[in-house]
Design a protein around this ligand. Structure first.
Ligand SMILES: [Zn+2]
Length: 452
C-alpha cells in the first residue's frame, strides 16, 4: 500500500475512534484549560462520608502512614493475602513505623496498582509532598501526618484544600463541628435487624415504652424517625446490601406479624439469622414503613448499591434493579442510588432514566475504578437528566483521603466534559454548567441543604 493511502487510512481511523455525535459547533482553542480551571476552583458538595472527628484520630496507633491506606487499601491488602490478625497489629502502637512498613511491604507491592492505592499515593504527594511510599519515606510521611493533627487540620483540608461547602456524613455521632457545614444521615438498623427479643427490648428501653406487638414496633420506628429528622439529619441511609438482597417485597402485615411474634417468643439468648429467609418478611415490612415515613416527611433515601467493601460478599444482593418495585410504589420518595452501582453501571443508569424519583450518586466510585467512572459518566450524561446526578462523595473516615479522592473525581469529570466539548456534544458553556450541577448544585437541591 502507498504511503499516502496509509496516512489517509490512519487519519480516518483516528477520526472514527474519536467520533461522538456532533450537535454543537466545535469549541474555541483553550477550552480544556478553561474547563479544568473552573472545576479546580469551584465549590463542592460532598454527599457521603463516614468522617470521624479530628480528636478521634489523635488516639494512639492511628497517626502514621497507615492513615492514608485506610480504609479501602486495607481491603486490597487483605485481598492480596495478608492475614487479618497480622494486619490488625498494624493499627496499634505495638509496632514502630518501620516495623509496620516491613510487615506490609510485600502486600503493598502486590496491591499498589489498584486505584485505592493510587489514591493513597496521590494524597501523600499532594497533601504532604511525599512522592512515594517506601522504606525511605514512611517515617517522614508519618511525622508530617502527626504534625498536621496539631493544627486546625480538618478545616484546612475540607474548606481550603477541597473547597467543600457541605459534608454529608453517615454517622450517629454529630460531633464534627460547624452544623452549617456538617450534615448527617440516619440508618434505622435496629428496626431492620431486630433478630431477638433482647434487641427489640433495647429499642423499648431507649424509648422508655413497652414494645409487645408489631404495631408498637412500628410506632417506635416513627418516634425514632421524627426525632432523627429534627436533628441535623438530611436523609435516611439503607445499607442492607451488605447483609441481604435489595429486593424488599411488599409483604402483608400478617406475614410480618408472624415473624415478629416468633422473635418475641424465642427463648432468651436465641436469635433469628439477620440475613436469613425467616426474618426477611419482617425486614421487608419495616423498610416499607421507613419509606412511608420518608414519603410523609419528604426525606430523601440513600441506598447502597453495587460493590460491598471488605471481603466475602454476594454482589448479586446489591444489584440496583432489585429496587424497582420500591421506585414504583413510592413515587414521591427521592431514591439516591450510591456508588455508581458498580459493576451494574448500565442497569443503574437506566433506573434513573426510567424513574423520575431515582437519582445517581457517584460517591466512592472514582477510587473503585477511575476508568469505569469515566466510561459511565460519559454514558449517564447521554442517558440521564444531568439534574439527577451527584458526582462526589469521598466515602472515607479521614479528611486526607477525601482530598485524594476529590482529585480523582475532578480529573475524571474534567476529562469526560472536555471530551464531550471536543466532540461537539456539549458547548463549553454547557459543560461548565453541568460541572456546577453535578458537583454542587444538584446535591444542595436534592438533599435540601440550603433550607436548613
Ligand atoms: Zn459509605
Amino acid at each position: 500500500m502507498k504511503r499516502t493511502t496509509l496516512t489517509t487510512l490512519a487519519v480516518a481511523l483516528l477520526f472514527s475512534l474519536q467520533a461522538q455525535i456532533q450537535i454543537k459547533p466545535l469549541p474555541q482553542g483553550g477550552y480544556e484549560q478553561r474547563i479544568r480551571n473552573y472545576i479546580d476552583n469551584m465549590r463542592i458538595v460532598d454527599t457521603h462520608e463516614h468522617l470521624e472527628a479530628q480528636a478521634g484520630w489523635m488516639k494512639s496507633g492511628k497517626l502514621d502512614f497507615m492513615l492514608l491506606l485506610q480504609h479501602y487499601t486495607y481491603d486490597d491488602i487483605r485481598s492480596a493475602g495478608m492475614p487479618k490478625q497480622a494486619f490488625n497489629k498494624l493499627l496499634t502502637d505495638s509496632l514502630t513505623v518501620m516495623e509496620k512498613w516491613t510487615a506490609i511491604k510485600p502486600y503493598w507491592e502486590a496491591t499498589s496498582n489498584t486505584a485505592y492505592s493510587r489514591a493513597a499515593l496521590l494524597t501523600a504527594d499532594k497533601l504532604f509532598g511525599v512522592k512515594d511510599l517506601n522504606g525511605k519515606t514512611v517515617e517522614e510521611l508519618s511525622a508530617k501526618i502527626k504534625n498536621a493533627y496539631q493544627t486546625d487540620w480538618y478545616n484546612h483540608v475540607l474548606i481550603e484544600k477541597c473547597g467543600i461547602d457541605y459534608v454529608v456524613t453517615d454517622s450517629d455521632n454529630h460531633n464534627l463541628g460547624d452544623p452549617g457545614m456538617f450534615k448527617y444521615v440516619k440508618r434505622f438498623g435496629e428496626f431492620i435487624f431486630a433478630v431477638s427479643a433482647e434487641k427489640i427490648g433495647i429499642v423499648a428501653k431507649q424509648q422508655n415504652t413497652p414494645i409487645k406487638t408489631l404495631d408498637d414496633f412500628v410506632t417506635a420506628l416513627g418516634v425514632a424517625f421524627h426525632k432523627a429528622m429534627d436533628k441535623d439529619n438530611v436523609a435516611v441511609k439503607i445499607g442492607t446490601a451488605y447483609e441481604r438482597t435489595l429486593f424488599f417485597e411488599d409483604v402483608s402485615k400478617e406475614r410480618a406479624e408472624a415473624v415478629f411474634n416468633k422473635i418475641m417468643s424465642l427463648p432468651a439468648g436465641t436469635v433469628l439469622s439477620y440475613n436469613g429467609s425467616e426474618i426477611k418478611p419482617l425486614q421487608d415490612y419495616m423498610v416499607h414503613r421507613i419509606l412511608d415515613l420518608a414519603k410523609a416527611t419528604n426525606t430523601p433515601v440513600q441506598i447502597h448499591t453495587g460493590l460491598q467493601a471488605g471481603d466475602g460478599n454476594y454482589i448479586e444482593n446489591s444489584n440496583p434493579t432489585l429496587l424497582a418495585n420500591l421506585f414504583l410504589k413510592y413515587r414521591d420518595v427521592r431514591f439516591i442510588l450510591f456508588h455508581g452501582g458498580y459493576p451494574f453501571g448500565g442497569q443503574y443508569g437506566s433506573l434513573a432514566k426510567n424513574f423520575r424519583n431515582v437519582y445517581l450518586d457517584m460517591c466512592w466510585l472514582y477510587i473503585i475504578s477511575p476508568s469505569y467512572s469515566e466510561r459511565y459518566l460519559h454514558e449517564w450524561l447521554e442517558t440521564v437528566p444531568a439534574s439527577k446526578i451527584m458526582a462526589f462523595g469521598g466515602d472515607f473516615r479521614n479528611v486526607e483521603n477525601i482530598y485524594g479522592h476529590l482529585l480523582f473525581a475532578k480529573q475524571v469529570v474534567t476529562k469526560v466534559l472536555t471530551e464531550k466539548v471536543r466532540d461537539g456534544y456539549f458547548t463549553e458553556a454547557e459543560a461548565v454548567k453541568i460541572a456546577q450541577m453535578i458537583l454542587h448544585d444538584n446535591a444542595i437541591r436534592i438533599l435540601k441543604l440550603d433550607q436548613r
